[in-house]
Write a protein that binds this ligand. Structure first.
Ligand code: 4NP
Length: 159
């Protein structure tokens, strides 16, 4: 089993969207038994909560069921557990690297947009203070990057 963790700041908007988009693509390609998928936030302010209602609403509009419950990234277990730790923006990457001062797991840290296919963005922008278009943009980017991420994983792990 290859394990993938999507990480943003609050784990209520971007990483739950990435998690749901990637779960859907993995399922579509028949690889659900090969890949374990989770998400977390670098802050714990929303721990225990469902995703932001706007995230759930815009996901549903395009057929994605966003059911994750927010949790804080746990440096004691998550670095060891996950093979891919995929951040949404540069601040998330910086915060994750600070949580691994030895640098042993820095090679597991990626940015979602490292796997973009047709999009041009270099981050998944935080939609928290945006209108509906911010949530649509997040979904557009994470769906595109999910295709690239799964292609990368298929090559690397010979699924
Ligand atoms: P996310 O969005 O990192 O995409 O989940 C945010 C959610 C909550 C906050 C900031 C960003 N917040 O400050 O509470």
């Amino acid at each position: 089993m290859v394990k993938v963790l999507f990480v943003c700041l609050g784990n209520i908007c971007r990483s739950p969207s990435a998690e749901a988009a990637f779960i859907a693509e993995v399922k579509r390609q028949g690889l659900s038994s090969e890949i374990a998928i989770d998400s977390a936030g670098t802050i714990g302010h929303h721990a225990g909560e469902k995703a932001d209602p706007r995230t759930i609403k815009h996901g549903k509009l395009r057929g994605l069921e966003i059911t994750s419950i927010s949790r804080k990234f746990d440096s004691k277990t998550d670095f060891a557990t996950f093979d891919y730790i995929i951040a949404m923006d540069d601040a998330n990457v910086r915060d994750l690297k600070i949580l691994d001062p030895s640098g042993m797991c820095h090679c597991k840290i990626y940015k979602m947009t490292d796997f973009k296919v047709t999009r041009t963005e270099n981050i998944v922008p935080d939609p928290y203070y945006c209108g509906p278009e911010g949530f649509e943009l997040v979904l557009d980017i994470v769906q595109d990057c999910s295709l690239g991420l799964l292609k990368h994983m298929r090559q690397k792990h010979s699924f």
